[in-house]
Design a protein around this ligand. Structure first.
Ligand code: BGP
Length: 481
């Protein structure tokens, strides 16, 4: 049987390898709502949206969001309509442990996740669970959050409870979603909650303790649960792709890539572990130039290097877009204020010509994704990559989302190109199943395969054109070009 049609319209069908998984995703704060129901306590996104509503462009919050806390059966029905293999969702820490500590488990929160997991399994849809997708308990934040070394224990205890409660049925665990966004955006800038904005200072200890906490969860799983539960546990990193604006920017581009992805990938996935040596050297040098007595980037002890190295069964990857990099002399010379921007010393930007429509929020550069996948294969010895997020944001709420269709087809084709080259990519996740609370963009930017009507109390979900296209790709395990 030929897999390509060479007749008239020259289209070709490209097959995915056997066992390749297709799924879609969400995150607790973005979809659940029920922010203070059934014993759930406040997390940093509840706090942020209630205290400083102006940080969200439409001054909205996730208080109700998609109301998935009550409508999860409809969510599972959508996954069935799409015929997907798995659903990636996250647990709300404060729904399970409202006091933040392991002594008081909130049964109502546990029931919600049990119901969701059981509903998925009833229809043969694998639950893929993210332990932490940004909604840290507010109480833990007040004690320093990810910059407090005790968070390694707090998070470890929480992870153990999740493995105990759900690990008999959950076989895919993701420890953290996008550490760069958590630490750099949340601690080193004011871009995301908790918006600490202590650049070049708070983001580095955050990175260290987040990596140690991730490793703690991995070791707990390995030592206490893996033998009986037989699951997979990994971290999801966000990787943008960067291109030099001109030849003079080539080194700076590599540095940007290193501060974005390498800072987390190197300690876990490289042979030697630890921070990328060049990054360590840059932050140490700049810190001394600025009058610090030591590097703003805390060291790992040799034991910690070993504790973190190799602690991910798969390379979870979220990817959205590509940016150009140019060396920005003003930033490079301005050493007075220590910041990650100074440490990198570059300016990044995407081209408007990469937009697929006037409404596009995400710039589409499928060949950038191919180059990133190639970089990961070459840099980290061809790890098994699971694409845990990829999708297009748009200001258009309509159902005829041709730009999203084009985005998915282009990016999925890039995955196939990388597989052809020998990359070991084993799954693809469309971000996201349905429109939801898009952090600072509130409900103004939509990513969903399903449209959500926020005017209706039922939060009516309706499939977009992209849902039908993605369904067909998942059904045929192929892309026709
Ligand atoms: C990721 C988050 C998702 C979603 C997505 C949107 O960083 O994990 O929760 O918000 O971003 O993409 P963008 O980065 O284009 O805003």
């Amino acid at each position: 049987v030929s897999d390509s049609k060479t007749c008239c319209n020259h289209y070709k069908v490209r097959k995915f390898p056997d066992g390749f998984l297709f799924g879609s995703a969400s995150a607790s704060y973005q979809v659940e709502g029920a922010w203070n129901e059934d014993g759930k306590s406040e997390n940093i996104w509840d706090h942020d949206t209630h205290q400083i509503p102006s940080t969200i462009v439409d001054q909205s919050s996730g208080d109700v969001a998609d109301d998935s806390y009550h409508l999860y059966k409809r969510d599972v029905e959508m996954l069935r309509e799409l015929g997907l293999d798995f659903y990636r969702f996250s647990l709300s820490w404060t729904r399970i442990l409202p006091t933040s500590f392991p002594d008081q488990i909130n049964q109502a929160g546990v029931d919600y996740y049990n119901n969701l997991i059981d509903e998925l399994l009833k229809y043969n849809i694998k639950p893929m669970v993210t332990l932490f997708h940004w909604d840290l308990p507010q109480k833990l934040q007040e004690m320093g959050g990810w910059t407090n070394p005790h968070i390694v224990d707090w998070y470890g205890d929480y992870a153990r409870i999740a493995f105990e409660l759900f690990g008999d049925r959950v076989k895919h665990w993701i420890t953290m979603n996008e550490p760069t966004q958590i630490c750099y955006y949340g601690y080193g800038s004011s871009l995301l909650a908790p918006r600490l904005n202590i650049p070049g200072i708070a983001d580095y200890p955050c990175a260290k303790y987040l990596l140690l906490a991730h490793a703690r969860a991995y070791h707990i799983y390995n030592e206490e649960f893996r033998a009986s539960q037989q699951g997979t546990i990994f971290i999801t990193l966000n990787g943008g792709w960067y291109l030099p604006e001109s030849e003079k920017d080539t080194d700076a581009t590599k540095i940007m890539q290193m501060f974005d992805l390498g800072i987390y990938a190197h300690p876990i996935f490289s042979k030697s572990g630890n921070w990328p040596p060049h990054l360590k050297e840059i932050v140490a040098r700049k810190s001394l130039e600025q009058g610090f007595k030591r590097s703003r980037l805390p060291d790992f002890t040799p034991e910690e290097v070993e504790y973190v190295r190799g602690t991910s069964d798969l390379f979870g990857l979220n990817h959205y877009t590509t940016n150009y990099v140019n060396v920005n002399e003003t930033i490079v010379k301005n050493y007075e204020v220590p910041s990650r921007a100074d440490d990198i010393g570059v300016h990044t930007y995407g081209l408007d010509t990469w937009k697929l429509s006037d409404f596009s929020y995400t710039k589409a550069v499928p060949w950038g994704f191919y180059q990133l996948l190639t970089h990961i294969r070459e840099e980290y010895d061809n790890p098994s990559v699971f694409v845990t997020e990829n999708g297009l944001g748009s200001y258009d709420i309509g159902l005829e989302d041709d730009d999203r269709v084009a985005y998915y087809r282009g990016y999925i084709s890039a995955v196939l190109d990388a597989i052809d080259d020998g990359s070991s990519i084993i799954g693809y996740t469309a971000w996201c199943l349905m429109d939801n609370f898009e952090w600072n963009q509130g409900y103004t930017v939509r990513f969903g395969l399903y449209q959500v009507d926020y005017e209706s109390p039922e939060r009516t979900r309706t499939p977009r054109k992209s849902a039908f296209v993605f369904k067909e790709i998942a059904r045929t395990r192929a892309l026709d070009l």
